[in-house]
Ligand binder design. Sequence first.
Ligand code: HXC
Ligand code: NAP
Length: 267
Amino acid sequence: MLPSSTFRDQVVIVTGGGTGIGLAIARRFGELGAHLVLASRSAAHLDEAAEGLRAAGLSALTVPTDVRDPAQVDAMVARAVEAFGRIDVLVNNAAGNFICRAEDLSPNGWNAVISIVLNGSFYCSRAVGRHLIARGGGGAIVSILANYVWTGSPGTIHSAAAKAGVMSMTQTLAVEWARHGIRVNAVAPGPVESPGAARQLWPNQQAVQRITDGVPLGRWGRPGEVADAVTYLASPYAGFITGEVLTIDGGAWMSGGDYGFLGEDGK
Ligand code: HXC
Ligand code: NAP
């Protein structure tokens, strides 16, 4: 458990911070003293999340943003700096995903996911990195990958390729921005309870059971467990860690690495 003042007066941007894992991450940073900036497409997601955070006594600014658009990303970062005077941490959490066989995936379908996950993470990292470098360095970036960066993922080729790209970006930026004191890390969760992911990836109990059976620890991860890892990596307690990927999956990828998204027979 990190001390409750770990991020006191710091400013943390969480993309996709209005739902699921992103909201749990935002909440945990807030509980550790941070001012929060939530950025995603849907004002409704953001407003509902911010209301809950403020009701818990936390400080949250919402900035509707499509991370696929670099101009919107730059404007979001400028708005955060205008509101709070600084940014200290970026969490690249926004994502899109759906199950589709590779041979059936349209170029638009491929681009939809690559644009959110890979391009969006780059645009946000670039905008926040520029701010951190201009103010003299320091700060941290943590990106949310998935445990299939280690294996690939039949049925979600777009997401697996994009997440692997963000992993490579994490390693590149860790070295490139080390001289500015900016640490860049990632977490790679396995299956985590989240309505957004459930809608896209495990629509019925049969699929849920199949995925559970593939986790050696025998259960799903909790959003708060991802939040614990992200806040640790962004904190001074991880001050000598950069370019690292922390897998949070109950041992799942080592025991198979196929979610069975394409069904029992894999066809
Ligand atoms: C095939 C599909 C499809 C599907 C969309 N497309 N859904 N193709 N099967 N189920 C195709 C469309 O036909 C279209 O191509 C193209 O993708 C773009 O679709 P749009 O609906 O116009 O895109 P957009 O409105 O931009 O929405 C983006 C999205 C959507 C990614 C498609 O699902 C989304 O907004 N997702 C955000 C939330 C989300 O996905 N959360 C889950 C994250 S969980 P054509 O050719 O027809 O024009 C996660 C877990 C990972 O990442 C790890 C698990 C273990
Ligand atoms: P989720 O609730 O659907 O989260 C996705 C978030 O991304 C939403 O808040 C969405 O908000 C935002 N988003 C999507 N497209 C965007 C865009 N173009 N611009 C800005 N924001 C956008 O699902 P989740 O499960 O919590 O996923 C959170 C992260 O965890 C993702 O990176 C996901 O890949 C990762 N992950 C999840 C699991 C799991 O099992 N759940 C496992 C491994 C990794 P809007 O709709 O408002 O834009």
